[in-house]
Design a protein around this ligand. Sequence first.
Ligand SMILES: Nc1nc2c(c(=O)[nH]1)N[C@H]1C(S)=C(S)[C@@H](COP(=O)(O)OP(=O)(O)OC[C@H]3O[C@@H](n4cnc5c(=O)[nH]c(N)nc54)[C@H](O)[C@@H]3O)O[C@H]1N2
Ligand SMILES: Nc1nc2c(c(=O)[nH]1)N[C@H]1C(S)=C(S)[C@@H](COP(=O)(O)OP(=O)(O)OC[C@H]3O[C@@H](n4cnc5c(=O)[nH]c(N)nc54)[C@H](O)[C@@H]3O)O[C@H]1N2
Ligand code: SF4
Ligand SMILES: [Mo]
Length: 659
Amino acid sequence: MTQVFHSTCALDCPDTCSLLVTVENGRATRLRGNPDHPVTQGFLCAKVARYLEREYHPNRLSTPLRRTGPKSNPSFEPVSWDEALDTVAARLAEIAAQHGPESILPYSYGGTLGYLQGSSMDRRFFHRLGASRLDRTICATAGVAGLLEAYPQRLGTAPEDFVHSRYILVWGANVLSTNVHLWPFIVEARRRGARLVVIDPVTTKIASLADWHLAPYPGSDLALVLGLMHVIFAEKLEQCDADLTSLRARAAEYPPERVAALTGLASSEIVQLAREYATTSPAVIRTNYGIQRSERGGRAIRAMSLLPALTGAWRHTGGGFVLTTSGAFQLNRDALELPELGPPARTLNMSLLGHDLTSLNDPPVKALFVYNSNPASIAPHQALVHQGLLREDLFTVVADHFLTDTARFADFVFPATTFLEHTDVYFAYGHYHLQLARPALAPYGQAKSNVEIFRLLAARMGFTEPCFSDTDDDLLRQALDTQSPFLQGITLERLEQEHSIPLKVPELPNSDVTPNFDGEPLAYEPPLESRLGAERDPRFPLELVSSKSHDGLNSSFGYQPHVDAETAVLEIHPADAAARGIREGQLVEIFNQRGALRFPARIGPFVRPGVVRVPANRWPSFAPEKANVNLLISDRLTDIGAGPCFYNCLVEVRPCAAV
Ligand SMILES: Nc1nc2c(c(=O)[nH]1)N[C@H]1C(S)=C(S)[C@@H](COP(=O)(O)OP(=O)(O)OC[C@H]3O[C@@H](n4cnc5c(=O)[nH]c(N)nc54)[C@H](O)[C@@H]3O)O[C@H]1N2
Ligand SMILES: Nc1nc2c(c(=O)[nH]1)N[C@H]1C(S)=C(S)[C@@H](COP(=O)(O)OP(=O)(O)OC[C@H]3O[C@@H](n4cnc5c(=O)[nH]c(N)nc54)[C@H](O)[C@@H]3O)O[C@H]1N2
Ligand code: SF4
Ligand SMILES: [Mo]
């Protein structure tokens, strides 16, 4: 029997694609983009076009596992769910009784963008337990904090509106790899005469297809924004009635020559960019999360977001700014998560996991429960993270699809369902469509959904509150029970019928968008001091950007050989390679005070001079050093939002001696 199911791609990607899954006799045989969805438009990225390989991969976890042997050299044996759940519940209860419940730390992030599997029964469970709470900062909090300093909510120009743009500034966004469903709208805008400008220290695929590519130093965007504002004010190109006294004074300190020195761009380029941007209408800025992964990143996003208000670009359809659209998805999170179920508890920052696991005393972390994330691969200051995960006295449970690097440190591993196998409702951070997906497939082997895992654990912990018996449909209805004007008229019944429903987002952009132009002063100091702060060190003259890989998605596809190959390479500019005597394909060592890794060099104008790139995130266990690029990354935090500074990292590179 052949059936076609609607589904939704749950991966941590702005596009949240609508999918059609062909299932023959219980087995999925085809996965494609829904041709009727206005953003998906019938195509998928290269990663998910091959997702069925992942779904049925022979290494997929099919039973619960228990570790045998030491964490430094683990092996695993299958156990029954009953035995695994009983033991885990008993251990968690014991640890809570002995050290206090705050010694238990949940750790999760964007393995799925579904509300149910990402933030419902799991949160209830840990809240009721009184476990430490997790500040989920690993990706976006710096940029969001910057945006919210300027605007009341996280909204931005819709992808469908890009066709109306005449000037598209893709600024720190790797669109063709990380947000490919925006591309058709850009193509259409260009067909209608739009100019595409890319600002990125890396020559991304979209940079190489742009009308103009500017490659500043990483972390210099705040200076660039101030330089653009300087020119806009000097040439009286602003179209804004607000009181701009303090912004004007700040921008006056950043003439193009100064900004040229700070950014590595020519002053003529800064002047030209300001003129083009301010005088071409409609103009839109697409940024993503790249810029805010650096020491001045939050404030850089804040400053950038003011530009369309300064020039009046918000007033035009096809103009404006977008970092994220996620603020429109105001589902009833409190009802899903029930934060008041348990006592107040301390909050630990996920970006400081290494520190959390190795330095806390009051109480120390004694149990770690990881799901929807792979911190042994993706968290900064990897040596410290691995040191913490290696602690034999740390009771670790991991729920995942594969035996990831994190799972290899676990005492118990639970096999989890994929988005093709469970129910969920999805937000998006790159468009305004709410989607529901029902299972297209039965669970793989004995896999269980996160919701089910925490339901079963709650019962074993003796949590008798009715909320722990809620069905998936109860949770869906609770999530949709919201007064938000964006969600009016969206019911479970409608979602069941339509699968994807556009939110009622007010016309964006519109002239009512007036940001807070004042706020914190937009301080900016000379480039090395400010971008690299305490990191400044003459031994490490190159800046490392470990941005997203094309075929990977964080670490989720890292077991695939072609993804491993893509993430095991160092890109370096010909001038920097020549200065170090490095030849194409040669094995080189990239190092700093935190560690050293070896990769073959790929020489070319893939990066600007002074910058090297290693795409994120290889599986550490596949590397000879048993570590990936996060070995080199510090655990310093961003200016605002307490996020990681993944893209602020000083290194040196040298050829490895021939063997
Ligand atoms: N193929 C693929 N898609 C993905 C992911 C993936 O791993 N692979 N990850 C998903 C996730 S979790 C996220 S958060 C999104 C992120 O999506 P993006 O934000 O688009 O991706 P990033 O690689 O983080 O950064 C975007 C660009 O910013 C540039 N950049 C870095 N530092 C600076 C800077 O200081 N200034 C400027 N101007 N540019 C800078 C990088 O070179 C990069 O090209 O992508 C999602 N989609
Ligand atoms: N150097 C460097 N480091 C980075 C980044 C970078 O660009 N450079 N990017 C950072 C960013 S932006 C992010 S968002 C983080 C991402 O870090 P993570 O959120 O850890 O993302 P992934 O590594 O893809 O791991 C997600 C895991 O969730 C699992 N999973 C998926 N669905 C489910 C499910 O339904 N149930 C369960 N139990 N598991 C599931 C997947 O199999 C996968 O192993 O990495 C950060 N780290
Ligand atoms: S583009 Fe993004 S949402 Fe669409 S299929 Fe690929 S990973 Fe999933
Ligand atoms: Mo992310």
